[in-house]
Structures are given as C-alpha cells and as structure tokens.
Design a protein around this ligand. Structure first.
Ligand SMILES: C[S@@+](CC[C@H](N)C(=O)[O-])C[C@H]1O[C@@H](n2cnc3c(N)ncnc32)[C@H](O)[C@@H]1O
Length: 226
C-alpha cells in the first residue's frame, strides 16, 4: 500500500463490518482481513475489472474467504445492518457526495464514514455538515507530491466550518499538522489564480468573484494563525 492507503487504513475503527466502496485493487480490505479485523468486510466496485483485481489481491494474500465482493453502484447493495463503517476513497468529492446522497440514509446514518476525496473536498464537507453528519476528525497525508484529506464523520450536531475550512479542512483538527500550511498555501495560490481568471473573463461574474475573494481572505487569515 502507498502512504495514502496506509494513512486511510490507520483510521479504520474496529467494528462489526466495513464496506469499501470503489475498492479497485482491494488493498485495504485485504490488509484488514490479514490484520485480524473481526467484522464483515465487503469490497465493492461499480466495475467488474477492478473487482477482479480486488479478488486477485485477496487470493494472493490468502484472505479470499474473509472478503465479500460486490459489483454495485455506490451503496446500492450495502446491507442495512451489520456494517458500521463506510469507506470511500480515491474519488472526487463530488462523486463521493453523489454516492452518499443516493444511498439509503437510514443505513448511512448508522455508520462511521471514512472519506478520502481526491478533489472537491469542499462539496463533500458542505454536504456532510448540512445532512446530519458531524465531521469529528480530519487528517492530511501527502503522497506522490499531493496532499490528501481524510475526513471522518458520524451522525451528530455539526461543528461550524468557515468557507475557507470547507476547502482546506478545519483549523481545530489540523492546526498542528505541518501539511495544513502547505494545503493553505496551495489554496491561496489557486484562489488568486481563480480570481485573476474570473476578472479577465469576457463576462465577469461579480458575485462569484466576491465569494472567491472572501474565501481567499479567510484562507489568508487561517494561514496567519499558524
Ligand atoms: C481511483 S479508484 C480508487 C481506488 C481506491 N479506493 C483507492 O483509494 O486507491 C476509483 C474506483 O472507484 C470505482 N467507482 C467509480 N464510481 C463508482 C461508483 N459509483 N460506485 C462504486 N465504485 C465506483 C472505480 O471503478 C474505481 O475502481
């Protein structure tokens, strides 16, 4: 497993069962099975090729009998009981949001969510905190030059997030994490480029520019607090 997958794996709680949605290579289910994870393990993917790859990984690690393989779109075949952890990693935050939004919400509400968006994490954080979920922890991991968030959420009253934190992650969880500085510096750079692009467009979108400016201001303030 690469650094990103190891960091995700380390966040998985002991429990009654986990579904890894979009498992692809199936490394995390296989590692859980090998480590003696007691609960049910479901490796799920929308595509047959990746699911076969997960089957091969399990076979090579001699844990095929510990993992259930499910060909499914998102959480459509997730059992409504017995699973208490949902893992969705390595996809865009918009796709993870779509998968959660399309799922049986009563099933999702019973679970701890371990989510690792590759892009657009602000969409996912916004969705979670406006849909009965509390983000109770965040981590950052840098792999192959990219800083990735790992978001942990469960049913509860959401702590507020500023717009800048929706993009970068919450200050309260990440203030002691050196990668947060890198994340915020990158965010500030991207927001400045975004504003320049919007301002030079033929038809300027003033409300969008005002919003991005405000996210930029908040991001600079967060950065100055570190
Ligand atoms: C980039 S891979 C990520 C693999 C792994 N989770 C990781 O973090 O390294 C994305 C996987 O998600 C699967 N996928 C995409 N959309 C999906 C959906 N709606 N439901 C289930 N799996 C999906 C793809 O087939 C692919 O195997």
């Amino acid at each position: 497993m690469n650094k990103r997958l190891i960091a995700i794996y380390n966040e998985i709680p002991a429990g009654t069962g986990i579904i890894d949605v979009g498992t692809d290579h199936g490394y995390i289910p296989a590692a859980l099975a090998k480590s003696g994870y007691k609960g049910r393990i479901i490796a799920s993917d929308i595509n047959a090729g990746p699911l076969d790859s997960a089957r091969r990984t399990a076979a090579s690690e001699n844990v095929s009998d510990r993992i259930e393989f499910s060909l499914a779109n998102g959480l459509e075949k997730c059992p409504d009981s017995g699973i208490d952890t949902i893992l969705i990693a390595g996809m865009g935050g918009d796709l993870i949001t779509k998968i959660l939004d399309s799922a049986d919400w009563e099933t999702v509400k019973k679970c701890t969510l371990i989510l690792q968006p590759a892009t657009k994490s602000e969409i996912l954080r916004y969705f979670l905190i406006h849909n009965e979920f509390d983000i109770f922890d965040e981590k950052l991991v840098k792999d192959a030059g990219i800083v990735y968030p790992i978001i942990k959420a469960r049913l509860g009253t959401a702590e507020p997030y500023s717009d800048a934190e929706l993009y970068a992650g919450a200050f309260r969880y990440l203030k002691d994490e050196p990668l947060y500085i890198e994340k915020l510096d990158d965010q500030i750079k991207r927001l400045r480029i975004g504003i320049a692009g919007l301002e030079s467009a033929e038809h300027t979108n003033e409300s969008r520019i005002a919003f991005i400016r405000s996210v930029l201001r908040e991001s600079v303030e967060l950065r100055e607090k570190l």
